[in-house]
Design a protein around this ligand. Structure first.
Ligand SMILES: Nc1ncnc2c1ncn2[C@@H]1O[C@H](COP(=O)(O)OP(=O)(O)O)[C@@H](O)[C@H]1O
Ligand SMILES: [Mg+2]
Length: 256
């Protein structure tokens, strides 16, 4: 009998209760509690080394929490069955450079047990949508960074996951491509997919329905961008972050 969360009625995609991950002397994630309701875009915003990747890896079941309870779709993680309902785009693309894009997608389709017929159709659809159709039969070592990111996103979307976990998916992309991807994220959320996205870009944070501020492994706050602004009395999310991190925000002197 699996242990159930105490807040089942919330219909959470992700529920963390006091989750930590400890590496030797370091608490990379420190007693983190948050709820990601289904069908929203939840942004995890924090500077480098704040614990974003470590938390996401626990959510997808790649790492075990050292303490606390972590549920995805009401099931304690890690759990293999639930892992199949999750699409994960890691921070560094984990694809096979010597294989073509089509071969990579077929490989991961088999891992996720997508039926052969559905798989071939999904590959064509995703390659079209992500503007990679002309590259399907090229090995990935020919791909630019932006193309690899789109290829990695195609893999994460292949089995039509209910929860999409994206670790800094748009880092280094040109603004036009970044906008296209965000339109795609929004369309997925509108169809009921839950997205958990890490970022260190304030501009991206503003596109999220809910936002968690992470610093030193701790969650400083979790709310809508508007509520975080109201809470701190700051117009910019960057200043809101600073206030919540305990830094006074000084008025900017007008140029003389
Ligand atoms: N496998 C690991 N072993 C030891 N320390 C780790 C490991 N993974 C991450 N860390 C450390 O945990 C902290 C948080 O890292 P990470 O989760 O990657 O942060 P972020 O994604 O926000 O940059 C960092 O100090 C990092 O060096
Ligand atoms: Mg990271």
């Amino acid at each position: 009998m699996p242990e159930r969360s105490t807040t089942g009625e919330l219909d959470a995609a992700v529920l963390a209760e006091g989750v930590s991950r400890i590496f030797g002397p370091l608490r990379a994630v420190d007693r983190l509690s948050l709820v990601v309701p289904r069908g929203v875009i939840y942004g995890l915003l924090g500077p480098s080394s704040s614990g974003k990747t470590t938390f996401l890896r626990m959510v997808v079941g790649a790492l075990k929490p050292s303490e606390g309870r972590l549920f995805v779709f009401d099931t304690p993680m890690p759990n293999r069955r639930v892992a199949r309902r999750i699409g994960y785009m890691p921070q560094a693309p984990a694809l096979y450079p010597d294989l073509t894009l089509r071969e990579n997608l077929r490989f991961f389709g088999a891992v996720y047990q997508v039926s052969r017929r559905v798989l071939e159709q999904r590959i064509e659809e995703l390659a079209t949508d992500l503007d990679l159709l002309a590259w399907l039969d090229h090995p990935l070592y020919h791909f630019s960074g932006g193309m690899l990111q789109r290829a990695s996103l195609a893999v994460a979307l292949l089995h039509e996951p209910e929860l999409l976990v994206l670790d800094e998916p748009t880092v280094g992309l040109d603004p036009l491509l970044r906008r296209t991807l965000w339109e795609r994220f929004r369309a997925l959320a509108a169809r009921g997919t839950t997205l958990l996205i890490s970022t260190h870009s304030m501009d991206e944070a503003d596109r999220c329905d809910l936002l968690g501020f992470l610093r030193g492994g701790r969650l400083l706050a979790s709310d809508t961008p508007a509520a975080l602004r109201a809470l701190t009395g700051q117009d910019s999310l960057e200043d809101a972050f600073l206030v919540l991190a305990g830094h006074p925000v000084l008025p900017v002197e007008p140029p003389r």
